[in-house]
Design a protein around this ligand. Structure first.
Ligand SMILES: [Zn+2]
Length: 93
């Protein structure tokens, strides 16, 4: 059973959470100057690494807060969690 340690609530079952996708995406403030290809990249292209991946998670059945987690996509294990605004946790596998 996969568990995720919420930074506010502690260790909880993965079913209490919703994934918010890749963390630390650069959001364009002005999109009217983008080409169609740049706009498509902005909307649809995401990293899909095999290994360490920084992700956003929402504790929907708990504190209802967003946080970031570093997950190993190969082993499906959570390596670190940190609150929004905090620096990305550096982990070694
Ligand atoms: Zn929580």
């Amino acid at each position: 059973m996969l568990t995720i340690p919420c930074p506010w609530c502690g260790e909880r079952d993965v079913h209490e959470f919703r994934s918010g996708g890749e963390a630390h995406l650069k959001r364009e403030s002005r999109t009217d100057n983008l080409s169609d290809a740049e706009w498509a990249d902005f909307l649809f292209l995401r990293a899909n690494p095999k290994g360490e991946h920084a992700e956003r998670w929402y504790h929907v059945h708990g504190c209802r807060r967003w946080f970031n987690a570093v997950r190993n996509t190969h082993t499906d294990t959570i390596l670190a969690v940190y609150k929004p605004g905090e620096a990305k946790s550096e982990v070694s596998q």
